[in-house]
Design a binder for this molecule. Structure first.
Ligand code: ADP
Length: 297
């Protein structure tokens, strides 16, 4: 999405963000040897050109970034009120990304089968148009059958869904098809009444997941791999500036670390370090130099 941030009365700062994109950026920044492709739809307008250039400047592959002939990207505006609370206003009802499934032809899915991993979240599930889900699930089944690992983060955003029941229905399908789940506790609270990381792990156990990683803000991360349940202590950040994309940075770096052969404990710690760095900067994407500097310390 296009991110607009008020700089003064008459000036807006322009940036680009979105949960899966944020994860892709942080994965690539930390693990440059991995090939990281965006699968999304943008428009043919000037802002979409800028977005595509930004993807490229983060060294992401853009072969699967489709250009819709008439739609444009979704936009959100972040403002901070007098008490420091962030408020988001979205214009995304008619975005190109809602049309992504139209571009997922059998040929495109075939090309995607060379990937090791396909990562998606609850946000595309919420914004896809009525009737698009069936084709999306079929595409995912094809990828899975070809040996691509499927990874899901529910990232529940109540305002994007028509009802809780619909979100629960789609998440159930997503978790049934996934190999790895990376939920945050808060995302499961509203839908399933889950209050703790342990309960979140318990909830995930009903699915045939290889790996479950439960994020819980500054609290311990829980992982379940096979029968091994582990709790990983996180060092809380005292000077939090903006928690936007903490979970996304965590996801990208965790998956990058696992794909690079790191163990669970080390991957969680690297992911937590990345997330802890990101929340000390405003916006979803921390400046490249500051981020890389902290990660190399
Ligand atoms: P989301 O952004 O999806 O809501 P969380 O708030 O659970 O996700 O945060 C994701 C990860 O970010 C956590 O698992 C942790 O590693 C890190 N994190 C979040 N808040 C803090 C904090 N205050 N101090 C240190 N790390 C944090």
């Amino acid at each position: 999405m296009v991110e607009l941030r008020e700089q003064d009365e008459s000036t807006m700062g322009l940036s680009f963000a979105g949960d899966v994109y944020n994860s892709a950026v942080y994965m690539k920044r930390c693990f440059p040897q991995l090939s990281v492709s965006m699968v999304t739809a943008i428009g043919r307008d000037r802002l979409s050109d800028k977005m595509l250039n930004r993807f490229k400047s983060e060294s992401l592959e853009t072969e699967f970034v489709f250009r819709h002939p008439s739609k444009v990207p979704g936009i959100y505006f972040i403002e901070t009120d007098e008490s420091g609370e962030r408020r988001f206003t979205y214009w995304r009802n008619d975005s190109a990304a809602r049309k992504l499934v139209d571009f997922l032809s059998a040929e495109v899915i075939e090309q995607l089968t060379v990937a090791d991993t396909f990562f998606f979240s609850g946000i595309p599930l919420a914004i896809f148009e009525q009737g698009a889900h069936t084709k999306f699930w079929q595409s995912l089944e094809r990828l899975k059958a070809a040996g691509v690992k499927v990874v899901f983060d529910p990232n529940y955003r109540a305002q994007l869904w028509t009802s809780k029941e619909e979100a629960i229905r789609q998440f159930d399908k997503a978790l049934r098809l996934s190999d790895i789940a990376l939920p945050g506790v808060e995302d499961l609270t509203v839908l399933y009444g889950i209050q703790s990381a342990q309960d979140a792990v318990g909830f995930c156990q009903q699915y045939e997941l290889e790996e479950v990683v439960v994020k819980n803000g500054p609290h311990s991360v829980f992982t379940l791999v096979g029968n091994e349940l582990l709790s990983h202590t996180i060092t809380p950040v005292t000077k939090v500036v903006d928690t936007t994309s903490a979970g996304d940075a965590f996801n990208g770096v965790y998956l990058g670390a696992r794909l690079s052969g790191r163990g669970i404990g080390e991957s969680v710690q690297l992911a937590a370090k990345a997330a802890g760095t990101v929340i000390q900067h405003p916006g979803a994407i921390a400046p490249m130099a500051a981020f890389k500097q902290t990660m190399s310390e």
